[in-house]
Design a protein. Structure first.
Length: 235
């Protein structure tokens, strides 16, 4: 006699970037097992593949994790995790008032949202005539070439992957038509002020973000800490 089939509940979720409604199911034990095995490998590519496969499987192939902004995919995964394992996650925070006390803090994952800083724009105006049109990083953009060793190199690789267009007055240069060398030369010849404007795009772009409030048990001082990024919400 065949064993019974186990049915799973599906949920609706709006993607932050577009408002598009997608259906997802909680991930199953086999998927959670695969993710844990990938994390134990400490191999970024293995973890990325497991993460992407869960997104694909739990949306029945409706979402390609490599085609959406990373903040959409992180938000979707967080909600999958909330429906799969539980909506509450306990993380260890360091109290900012003394810089050393570790405090366990419980977070309601269903309350975590993607937020964008006021004034954010995907257009970076460098001069009166020149501006960049930027795209948001995707899951594949976060995987770095093996020969990239420093944080500075990682930043430049990510910037180049996110440049979509360079406008020079009425002339538009599409990224596909710009060589890596041309883009390297363009970026390296920016002034410090111009590069700060470009950096501001990444600093203010949409992110998973949540304000955590807790009291330091040693000093009795109330702490309020902003945490962001998917990894921040798990111990």
């Amino acid at each position: 006699m065949a064993l019974p089939k186990l049915n799973t509940v599906s949920y609706d979720l709006e993607l932050p970037s577009t408002g598009e409604t997608v259906k997802f199911r909680p991930f199953l034990v086999k998927e959670q097992k695969n993710l844990l095995i990938a994390q134990e490998s400490e191999d970024d590519k293995v973890i990325e593949n497991a993460f992407a496969q869960i997104i694909t499987d739990c949306t029945d192939g409706a979402i390609d994790p490599y085609q959406y902004p990373l903040f959409d995919i992180e938000y979707l995964f967080l909600q999958m995790r909330a429906k799969s394992v539980g909506e509450r996650s306990t993380i260890i925070m360091t109290a900012e008032d003394d810089g050393k006390t570790k405090v366990p803090v419980e977070i309601d994952l269903s309350k975590v949202a993607v937020t964008t800083e006021v004034g954010h724009s995907n257009e970076v105006v460098l001069t009166k005539d020149i501006k960049l049109v930027m795209g948001y990083p995707t899951l594949s953009d976060m995987a770095m070439p093996t020969d990239i060793d420093t944080e500075v190199e990682r930043i430049f690789v990510l910037i180049k992957r996110c440049v979509m267009e360079i406008h020079d007055g009425d002339q538009i240069h599409n990224r596909i038509d710009i060589s890596d060398k041309e883009l390297d030369d363009f970026l390296e010849n920016m002034s410090t002020e111009m590069f700060e404007k470009l950096s501001a795009f990444f600093e203010t772009m949409p992110k998973l973000k949540h304000v955590v409030k807790f009291t330091n048990p040693n000093t009795k001082v109330k702490n309020e800490v902003n945490i962001e990024g998917l990894q921040s919400f798990f111990e």
